[in-house]
Write a new protein. Structure first.
Length: 159
């Protein structure tokens, strides 16, 4: 049996959305989707979104910064993967670029090196070219740029 969607009036949904935003940073799209799930109609959803922005519960730029910080510092994702995640949440391109620029370049190269050093011992491939290919593929899967991967591997004799 399918669970029925809760239906809230605009006022109740607004209060619930404030709690939802206060718990952690959210993108406008996440909140919008949640409001539709709660049974609000288009005009009500947009009114609640506007009210949340005006009361600073919802701030797309702050969300983008927090997302970038978390995905890089905690999950150790590369910029490509982080950017894709933000695009899925419909964050504007300018905000994505601004947030990604907060990542320190040296820390970023260090993250690539750390990921490579952590992964390399577990690649059982004997052929050095295949081994390097597997390492590069792994790092690209984490969202790092191929030119930076090559640079880091070369300068640390991992290639």
């Amino acid at each position: 049996m399918e669970k029925s969607k809760p239906i809230y009036d605009k006022k109740a949904a607004h209060a619930k959305a404030e709690n939802y935003c206060a718990y952690q940073e959210r993108s406008q799209q996440e909140v919008r989707d949640k409001l539709y799930d709660w049974g609000l109609h288009h005009n009500e959803v947009e009114e609640v979104i506007t009210e949340l922005i005006l009361s600073n519960f919802l701030n797309e730029e702050r969300f983008a910064m927090a997302y970038v910080s978390g995905k890089f510092n905690i999950k150790r994702w590369g910029k490509i993967k982080i950017k894709q995640g933000l695009k899925l949440k419909r964050v504007p391109e300018k905000m994505i670029i601004k947030a990604l620029n907060t990542i320190d370049y040296d820390d970023y190269l260090g993250a690539i090196l750390a990921a490579a050093e952590k992964k390399a011992p577990f690649i059982t491939e004997k052929d050095p070219y295949k081994k390097k290919y597997k390492l590069v593929t792994y790092l690209m899967g984490k969202g790092f740029e191929s030119n930076l991967i090559s640079e880091v591997l070369k300068s640390n004799n991992l290639s």
